[in-house]
Design a protein around this ligand. Structure first.
Ligand code: ADP
Ligand code: MG
Length: 423
């Protein structure tokens, strides 16, 4: 609140002799001094700059010390400034009233310079300690909030990860059975067709019942179409196998130890999970994803968490590209489709790897850019944005992995998020 260069003691007294003695005493101990001659002037000075301590006389013209004290205590901005009353030695009633109004202490007239100094010193120090404590508490609260956020997030991630990994695992056996048997089905179908051919050769005239049945099932068409059907079933099965593998890569349950991780595999699995959002729809053509993976070593990290980072950044890019479609025709968009370019590279001194995720959306205005990593900051409508994605990504990259997450963006030019991780 107050920096040390502006810290000073405010002495309020209508008696010039008192002012002079006090200010000399305090100056000799290197305190900075301001002076006021009544309550009103004191309040005006406090409003202008907060002192670290106030020495306040009781009896003064215009506004007395009690009233000034009452007002200072009533204002949250000045409540914390310690006030020491100055009263006559025998004036017990005034001392009590001053203390009950919130003063921290009193000194008695005539002044004893050593006593004044000792009391001012104690309360000055207490004030410094209280301020530091307040700062610490604020700082710790902030740290706690962050830690809590990360805990909640990790908890969710691990539950979700286990679920997904479990599902992927369960799918594995049945789908392996389907895919594995397709070739056998293909062979059997071919055998059956061969057999039919053989029948036709041996019995060119099978009679009206069989003729009729052949016509109904349209054998020639069947013979062309069935292998295609089987092939598409096989392709579908292969696709499920790769999705299930990706889900397992993506959700690699995070242990408390770091593991070796192939970044390209992680990114690919994340892109695959977001595939449904990349596909063409009635508002826009498909979003192109171009991946240029450099020669990057496996890195030691928490894979599940890094995948979460890729996910958060990619999902934002897709949101931005969706938003950029508004007001443009399908033809315009086809000529200049949404694009996400992902690349990985290694720094020249080989100490870090960089992952860049770049979109050609609208970019981020400067007024927004400074806040995108803040907790709960979102420009999206309620229910769509949580404002947590980038806060989580930043804490995973920078705190958990000692890396850097940087955003480069200019309106009209798109946005790039660069993740730098130590190898
Ligand atoms: N690729 C991007 N293009 C444009 N704006 C972005 C991009 N990524 C993030 N932002 C901005 O940063 C904000 C915060 O992102 P995030 O923390 O993920 O929260 P949310 O996505 O829930 O809004 C977004 O609301 C958006 O304004
Ligand atoms: Mg987001």
């Amino acid at each position: 609140m107050i920096n040390s260069s502006s810290s000073f003691v405010l002495i309020v007294d209508d008696n010039p002799t008192n002012l002079s003695i006090l200010s000399k005493t305090l100056k000799s101990a290197n305190y900075k001094i301001r002076m006021a001659v009544d309550g009103e002037e004191a309040l005006a000075m406090v409003a202008y700059a907060h002192p670290d301590l106030i020495l306040l006389d009781v009896q003064m013209p215009k506004m007395d010390g009690f009233e000034a004290c009452r007002r200072l205590q009533a204002d949250p901005a000045t409540q914390g400034i310690p006030i020491i009353f100055m009263t006559a030695l025998a004036d017990t009633e005034n001392k009590i009233q001053g203390l009950s109004l919130g003063a921290v202490d009193y000194i008695t007239k005539p002044f004893e310079p050593q006593e004044v100094l000792a009391r001012v010193k104690v309360h000055w120090r207490l004030k410094q300690l209280a301020d530091t404590l307040e700062q610490r508490v604020a700082q710790r609260t902030d740290e706690l909030e962050k830690a809590q956020l990360q805990l909640v997030h990790q908890e969710k991630l691990s539950t979700l990860g286990q679920l997904v990994a479990g599902v992927a695992h369960e799918i594995n056996n049945p789908i392996a059975c389907v895919v594995g048997n397709v070739s056998a089905v293909e062979d059997s179908i071919n055998d059956l067709f061969d057999l039919i051919d053989l029948y036709r050769q041996q019995f060119p005239e099978p009679g009206p019942t069989i003729e009729a049945s052949l016509n109904t099932i349209d054998l020639e068409y069947l013979r062309e179409d069935l292998p295609k059907l089987v092939k598409s079933m096989k392709d579908g099965g292969d696709r499920i196998v790769s999705i299930s593998q990706s889900l397992r890569t993506f959700s690699r349950a995070d242990s408390d130890k770091k593991q070796k991780f192939n970044l390209a595999e992680g990114i690919d699995s994340t892109v695959l999970i977001l595939r449904h959002r990349l596909k063409a729809n009635n508002l826009r053509p498909a979003i192109e994803v171009i991946a240029n993976y450099g020669d990057v070593p496996e890195i030691n990290c928490f894979p599940g968490q890094l995948n979460q980072v890729f996910m958060n950044i990619l999902a934002n890019a897709i949101d931005a590209l969706d938003a950029a479609c508004v007001g443009r025709t399908y033809e315009e968009l086809e000529a200049d489709p949404g694009r996400i370019i992902i690349s990985t590279s290694r720094s020249i001194d080989l100490s870090t790897v960089k992952i860049s995720i770049k979109d050609n959306g609208y970019g981020i205005p400067n007024s927004v850019k400074s806040r995108i990593f803040d907790h709960l900051f979102t420009t999206k409508e309620v229910g769509k944005g949580t404002g947590l994605g980038l806060a989580i990504a930043k804490s995973i990259v920078e705190e958990t992995h000692n890396g850097k997450l940087i955003c480069h963006s200019a309106v009209g030019e798109g946005t790039e998020f660069a993740i730098e991780l130590p190898v």
